[in-house]
Design a protein around this ligand. Structure first.
Ligand SMILES: Nc1ncnc2c1ncn2[C@@H]1O[C@H](COP(=O)(O)OP(=O)(O)OP(=O)(O)O)[C@@H](O)[C@H]1O
Ligand SMILES: [Mg+2]
Length: 349
């Protein structure tokens, strides 16, 4: 097992600054996700780590060994970095059977036939594709092709695996199944894994820790629970579909603050008590689950409702600049409602 450290990594494409001084430290054996909206720099970051792009600045260190360092002029070629890469738009070679697709990288490395067969047997067993080895790619389902694409990277026995939205071309049910076997597999093989996705629930489900990247900058790093339960960055909160509204601080008691919101108020935890002072403006961040509909000091008008299966989601105007999202188990019967915000974080505006 090996750790992966990324220091002040910057990459520009013409006028686009794709990465802005990215710092990350991934522990050995960790499943670490990078989450961010489209165009935020996720693929660029993976390609830089794999050695397929050359950053202008920064360093990439595997264990104790730098594979890239702009100041020391180190730039180890991709094939010597000992990393497996499953790119965003992977495709199996259509003119090769599954077995040859998996063997291809090993043949290029001139690994001997016996060893190739041993590794293919092993990796196919862990991935549950042993009985597919003699098929052509077009004879496989999407989920099976996905497993072969992962097998192709794993058979090289890399110390680090980089996966770029590997499940994006699977349907919803297969995706949910795949995130379980993928996590299980990476844990069992004790490979340090860097997993890119824009699917937030996937990132929460699959990772030990995750980093949120927005516009080439890492905004937040932590375990899924640390991130979800300390949503104190307005940009990250919006990405995770939390409510973010502006309000005024009307009272302070240690790290608890009272905020004026709509025609009522809420008690929030302050993310920086020295800045959320009496009378200051703050962002109030809260998840749709923490809105209690039915009673409370805030008035709202229901603008729309959709059925989600286990609950209803409503868009409610509380006069806070923009409408908020809230959930309820049963449909709402009136347009005008009262509500309370049970848990929120206030962060300086
Ligand atoms: N080869 C390139 N030439 C010019 N611009 C590029 C190139 N590759 C990426 N970019 C730009 O860099 C930014 C980051 O792109 P990147 O592919 O890393 O985003 P991403 O987070 O992977 O997005 P997605 O979720 O859509 O895959 C984007 O603005 C993109 O247009
Ligand atoms: Mg991408």
């Amino acid at each position: 097992m090996v750790s992966l450290t990324i220091e002040r990594l910057s990459k520009r494409f013409g006028g686009v600054q794709a990465l802005r001084g990215v710092d990350l430290s991934i522990e050995s054996g960790e499943v670490f996700s990078i989450v961010g909206p489209s165009g935020s720099g996720k693929t660029t970051l993976l390609r830089c780590i794999a050695g397929l792009e050359t950053p202008e600045q920064g360093a990439i260190v595997v264990g104790e060994t730098p594979v890239f360092d702009s100041r020391k002029g180190i730039n180890v070629p991709p094939e010597k970095r000992d990393m497996g890469f499953v790119p965003q738009t992977w495709a199996l070679w259509p003119h090769m059977r599954v077995r040859d697709n998996i063997a291809f990288g090993l043949k290029i490395k001139r690994v001997d036939e016996g060893e190739i067969n041993r590794r293919i047997r092993e990796v196919s067993e862990v991935l549950g594709i042993s009985d597919l080895l003699d098929r052509w790619p077009w004879q496989l389902s999407g989920g099976q092709q996905q497993r072969v694409a992962v097998a192709r990277a794993l058979v090289l026995e890399p110390k680090i695996i980089l996966l770029d939205e590997p499940l994006s071309n699977l349907d919803a049910a297969l995706r949910e199944e795949a995130r379980i076997w993928l996590r299980d597999l990476m844990k069992r093989l004790k490979i340090t894994s860097l997993y890119v996705t824009h699917d937030l629930s996937e990132a929460l489900a699959i990772s030990d820790r995750l980093a949120v990247i927005i516009d080439g900058e890492i905004k937040k790093v932590g375990s899924p629970r640390e991130i979800y339960e300390n949503m104190d960055n307005p940009d990250v909160a919006q990405l995770f579909r939390f409510n973010v509204v502006e309000g005024k601080i009307t009272g302070v008691d240690g790290n608890r603050v009272a905020v004026e919101i709509g025609d009522g108020s809420a008690i929030c935890r302050s993310s920086s008590p020295d800045k959320t002072t009496q009378g200051s403006r703050a962002y109030i961040i809260f998840s749709p689950e923490k809105v209690k509909i039915g009673s409370g000091g805030i008035s709202g008008v229901v603008k729309s409702s959709i059925y989600l299966g286990s609950s209803y989601e409503h868009i409610i105007d509380i006069g806070a600049g923009k409408p908020i999202k809230a959930r309820s188990r049963t449909p709402l019967t009136t347009e005008r409602i009262k509500l309370d915000i049970e848990e929120c974080i206030a962060t300086p505006a």
